[in-house]
Design a protein around this ligand. Sequence first.
Ligand code: FAD
Ligand code: NAP
Length: 340
Amino acid sequence: MQILENYPLRDCNTFGFEATARYFCEAHSSADIIEALEFVDAHALTLLVLGEGSNVVLVDDLPGLVLKLANPGVEVVGDAEGSVTVRAGAGQNWHELVCWCLEQGYFGVENLSLIPGSVGAAPVQNIGAYGVELKDVFHSLEAVDRETLEVVTLNRDDCQFAYRESLFKSKARGRYIICHVNLTLSTLPEVNVRYGAISAEIERLGLTLTPQSVSIAVCQLRRSKLPDPAEIGNAGSFFKNPVITDTLCADLRQQFPGLVAYPDIPGRSKLAAGWLIDQCGWKGLREAGVGVHAKQALVLVNYDAGQARDLLALAERIKESVKQRFGVMLEMEPTIYPTP
Ligand code: FAD
Ligand code: NAP
């Protein structure tokens, strides 16, 4: 495995921020991961594991090793009545996996179409969109445990999935390097159209309701609303949707009748963070090369050679204004590197 020095990361993060990794290597197998970890330990380096860089903010140069997972591939490893288990490498592109599953007639991930990034990062924040989360199809994963340098298997309960959260993003951050993910998919063409926007789009496109048409509709909706990172740097939603008590939600709705909120677990409501930010007047703002996307206030963008520090300063101002106006704290979704 080749370890490169002073490696430019601009093309390795979808914000397109300039940063340099002191050391950089690609892992094609769990053996490569272990070799990289031995290098990190031997030189007392920090480690950043990178997929496609679509959920990170690189604020500065990385003084340690950046390890990029480069083991694509997908295979069927089990089948049962009405379902199959599919095993994918961490370096596999997520959307290509979704397309492959649809071609094979394996269903359950179509609502997660066109989410950027790698399979290995999907469990980290339990990726979710249009009423489906990774945990709904997750079977297990294999990862190298940094503490023992051994490959371990973690099942769904071990991963402690929650809303845009998991063991890997919080309690055991940095401990496991995920090398394969196993999903259980249905062979029955059932669809989840709980989010009304999907059925409306399918109708608008004149399609019949199938998992394939759900995927087409989701791709269409996403392309119409979200900036393409190849054109405008971004990491998707910059903040999580805050979950508050139903009582607080009812109070807010009295003050703000247009409040956009959805039921969460019993007793809790989820607020649309994009609406809160929009109400504070941030949508479409552009300053110092960074800004707030004109079609979706939840997406902060790097318009033109902006600096990550300016973007984070803007994010703080947005958070403060939402707190002042609604009394609600926003939490960042992407992860900042180097760790502050
Ligand atoms: P990276 O950004 O490379 O890494 C993210 C985090 O995971 C980092 O902390 C990294 O260290 C860790 N990590 C990566 N790979 C591994 C591994 N193999 N083992 C251990 N840790 C690892 N997210 C959603 O949930 N839903 C959406 O609908 C959605 N839409 C988006 C739309 C756009 C336009 C963009 C730019 C982003 C969107 N995202 C969305 C966020 C992002 O696509 C996901 O979080 C995705 O899973 C990140 O994958 P990645 O490979 O780019 O991860
Ligand atoms: P939207 O449809 O305009 O809806 C705004 C918010 O309301 C969403 O965040 C969504 O919450 C929530 N919502 C809408 N309909 C809902 C329903 N029927 N039940 C429960 N909650 C509902 O959102 P959008 O910005 O166009 O995004 C569409 C989907 O793609 C969302 O699921 C969103 O999470 C996902 N997405 C995620 C990212 C990311 O980076 N994380 C980026 C782009 C899009 P949820 O977010 O909880 O679903």
